[in-house]
Design a protein around this ligand. Structure first.
Ligand code: TLP
Length: 339
């Protein structure tokens, strides 16, 4: 089976399993888990932030950020195909009680001028704009990298209006490795940053949110309220430390494999790559095969290839460390075989 559904499917490596086995643990709700503390310190340092918090998932990290930055009834500006808007089961409204203000982007990037004009002025009829969310890399835009200048422009606008910026950096390491922009440079252009340990980095569980100390103190309280205060969490923080140590640079391999798939798919009749492949995600339009996304995925499944639908006629392939170059070649041969 060649599993291209997501980079979330990666299983912990032997080193991760060994690290979990040997991890030094304590009760993290008391702040006494040395492995969690080490992970949080290291993650904060990598992003150039004062503090960080280990959370159970990317979704939980994004939601804690909204709960911490916003009050119920506030408005949040985000890109119209942001993960937070499309794929978090409306948690922004269900949990934080905030209203989303979506803005169409280009390859996941919002036009700073449009962001500026979406910020609410003082008016009895209007909600308060308290947060702007960015996503880098942008999932629905096919792993697109937000240009640093775009982030800088939006961050400046936000600061001029005293609005917070949250970066959903579920795949921020992919962006950094591919663009050469450091995590700190990205981190400087957001007040809070969430990144996932359990995607391309390969850890079994968890995400980080980072920000200044008072933000993280409050976020820690929200994590507790949401039932995310874990006890001997070092057992899952230890593999995450291995992921940061061993799996960052190798993300380039996933990017090369995605590019390889895109180049080969370009030669196959009926299928068409929709996005410029910058990282590890590929959006493939299957309309020309006579199938829609769901039925083409069934065809692929019979060939032992897994993918997810990403639109009526679009399927998504995500490369990850379980997928070798040999696998990508086999996938191409199988796709060629059915078309
Ligand atoms: N994305 C998952 C699915 O939910 C679609 C995937 O397979 O890509 N932000 C972004 C940009 C994400 O892509 C995801 C996960 C999350 C947040 C949420 O992370 P988790 O799954 O850890 O809650």
């Amino acid at each position: 089976m060649i599993d291209l559904r997501s980079d979330t499917i990666t299983k912990p490596t032997e080193n991760m399993r060994l690290a979990a086995y040997h991890s030094n643990v304590g009760d993290d709700v008391y702040g006494e888990d040395p492995t969690v503390n080490k992970l949080e310190e290291q993650a904060a340092e990598m992003l150039g932030k004062e503090a960080a918090l280990f959370v159970t998932s990317g979704t939980q990290g994004n939601q804690i950020a909204a709960l911490t930055h916003c009050n119920p009834g506030d408005e949040v500006i985000l890109e119209a195909s942001a993960h937070i808007y499309l794929y978090e089961a409306a948690a922004f409204s269900a949990l934080a009680g905030v209203q989303s203000r979506p803005i169409n982007g280009y390859r996941g990037a919002m036009d700073p001028e449009e962001v500026k004009s979406a910020i609410r002025s003082e008016d009895i009829h209007f909600p308060v704009t308290s947060l702007i969310c960015l996503e880098n890399t942008h999932n629905k835009a096919g792993g697109a990298i937000l240009p640093l200048e775009n982030m800088q422009a939006i961050y400046q606008i936000a600061k001029d209006r005293n609005i917070s910026v949250h970066l959903d950096g579920a795949r921020l390491f992919n962006a950094s490795v591919a663009s050469g922009v450091t995590l700190k440079e990205y981190g400087q252009n957001a007040d809070s940053v969430q990144f996932c340990l359990s995607k391309g980095l390969g850890a079994p569980v968890g995400s980080i949110i980072a920000g200044n100390k008072s933000f993280i103190d409050e976020a820690r309280k929200w994590r507790k309220r949401l039932g995310g205060g874990l006890r001997q969490a070092g057992i899952i923080a230890a593999p995450a430390l291995v992921a940061l140590e061993e799996n960052v640079e190798r993300l380039t391999i996933d990017h090369e494999n995605a590019q390889y798939l895109a180049d080969e798919i370009a030669n196959i009749k009926g299928v068409k790559v929709e996005n410029k492949v910058e990282t590890n995600i590929l959006l493939v339009n299957v309309k020309g095969t006579g199938h829609d996304a769901v039925s083409f995925i069934d065809v692929l499944k019979k060939e032992n290839i897994l993918a997810v639908p990403f639109g009526p006629d679009t399927i998504r392939f995500v490369t990850n460390y379980e997928v070798t170059r040999e696998n990508t070649k086999t996938a191409i041969a199988r796709i060629n075989g059915v078309l």
